[in-house]
Design a protein around this ligand. Structure first.
Ligand code: CUA
Length: 311
């Protein structure tokens, strides 16, 4: 969202799994084009005929066409099955394990390290090291969502009380947009996320930073901002690790300042957008669960300074 272009396209696969799906898509496209041209060709021939065909000829024609149709459909079914098997056959050594939980209308993200003190919680932004397999487990806290980052993998449903798993790998560094792909209510279309595939060293630095508790305020303005946050209803829903804010029904804000977007990929993370969101998020994303909060500017300015400092 800032500078670097964001891709969301099945036509530009950035990893082996997405590439296989793209190959299947290409096959389906060309077979469909060929079928369409044939059908149109026969239609033109039929329209130009002056006398009607004999019944026996017609019956034979329909029989042959049915045979070809069944043959093509079986071929495509086979291609689809081969792709599915292929996707399940990649080497999965030393994966990064990520848990993604769908919520109306944002994505909660956990990095599993096998050790609670190393666990990372964030929202609406996933970082990945290029070249390493990713195992992504997904579930939901409310209705059925579908996790879909077309440049990297196929769709996987996020279902309440059930965990679905998908494996993929990003080979090209870049920022890829993901989108909820299952209608889940009023703001389904604004339930996006960014996946940032980066060099392993960059990823490690990011992960190490995410593990840290929130930065302490560096000056009086930020300190005032933290006090505003503490005194406002924000703490009932949001967490900032290292403070007493420990709500778990809304995105974790411990490192909100480091994220590229707010409101699940709806707006770039700028001071103005954040201020507008806090004041009346219902204008930006009607129906979302965050109530409007009309703070006087002597509270809002320090609050924004504090949130932006949470890198
Ligand atoms: Cu979540 Cu659509």
């Amino acid at each position: 969202m800032t500078g670097q272009s964001v891709l969301q396209s099945v036509l530009h696969p950035a990893g082996p799994q997405a590439a296989r799906i793209y190959d299947l898509w290409t096959l389906l496209l060309w077979v469909s084009v060929a079928v369409w041209i044939l059908v149109m060709g026969f239609l033109v021939v039929a329209l130009r005929r002056s006398k009607p065909s004999e019944e026996r000829g017609l019956t034979r024609g329909v029989g042959i066409a049915t045979g070809i149709t069944v043959f093509i459909l079986l071929g495509l079914l086979l291609a689809s099955a081969v792709t599915g098997r292929g996707l399940a056959r990649y080497a999965f050594e030393d994966p990064v394990s990520i848990e993604v939980i769908g919520n109306q209308w944002w994505w909660e993200v956990h990095y599993e390290e096998g050790r609670p003190d190393l666990a990372v919680t964030t929202a609406n932004e996933i970082h990945l090291p290029v070249g390493r397999p990713i195992v992504l487990k997904t579930t939901s806290h409310d209705v059925i969502h579908s996790f879909w980052v077309p440049n990297l993998a196929g769709k996987i449903d996020s279902i309440p009380n059930h965990v679905n798993t998908i494996w993929f790998r990003a080979d090209k560094p870049g920022t890829y947009r993901g989108q909820c792909a299952e209608f889940c209510g009023m703001q389904h279309a604004n339930m996006a996320l960014l996946v940032i595939a980066e060099a392993p060293a960059q990823f490690d630095a990011w992960l190490n930073n995410q593990r840290l508790a929130a930065r302490a305020p560096a000056n009086d303005v930020e300190k005032r901002g933290r006090d505003v946050f503490r005194g406002a209803p924000c703490v009932l829903c949001h967490s900032i690790r290292g403070t007493e804010a420990a709500g778990h029904v809304a995105p974790d804000l411990t490192h909100i300042g480091s994220r590229q977007s707010i409101a699940a990929g709806t707006r770039p993370n700028t001071k103005g957008n954040l201020g507008g969101w806090i004041t009346d998020s219902q204008q930006i994303k009607p129906g979302n669960h965050m109530p409007p909060m009309n703070l006087p500017s002597e509270d809002m300015e320090p609050l924004l300074a504090y949130l932006e400092s949470l890198q």
